[in-house]
Write a protein of this length. Structure first.
Length: 140
């Protein structure tokens, strides 16, 4: 069965920043069955990418669905991190309907280096429902 790679993307409303996730996420993964997807972050002047392994990718859908369900805002941070910590996203909201997504990428390359990159993206509360739908299509 030939499955085309899909794309999930979040674009910042206040600059050219974006988070792009590309891959094919199989449906019906159970137990320790997993998948890989490629993540890139552009947040001027930063550009970084990493390959992420995940055994419960649908948790990312639930994370974005939770943000959309609470579009009027929340206190504190809402956080999500991939199994091995290669991708982490924390979300905060303000009283004006702005959502700040702090995105952290990291990679450990055996025998060489451990690197980390992070940047922020701003989205509007009105975008959250679409992002939740896009996440559901991508992650299941």
């Amino acid at each position: 069965m030939n499955m085309e790679a899909a794309v999930f993307e979040i674009r910042s409303t206040d600059d050219d920043g974006k988070l792009t996730i590309v891959g094919t996420v199989p449906r019906g993964l159970t137990g320790y069955d997993g998948c890989h997807f490629d993540v890139s972050l552009v947040s001027t002047p930063l550009s970084a990418s990493v390959r992420v392994y995940e055994i419960q990718p649908q948790n990312w859908s639930a994370f974005f669905q939770d943000l959309a369900a609470n579009w009027k805002g929340w206190s504190g941070e809402k956080k999500m991190e991939s199994l091995e910590g290669h991708l982490a996203v924390s979300a905060t909201s303000d009283a004006l309907g702005h959502i700040s997504l702090r995105v952290k990428l990291r990679d450990i390359i055996p025998g060489t280096a451990d690197w980390r990159a992070e940047g922020s993206l701003i989205v509007e509360a009105g975008q959250l429902e679409r992002l939740a739908g896009d996440a559901r299509k991508f992650f299941g």
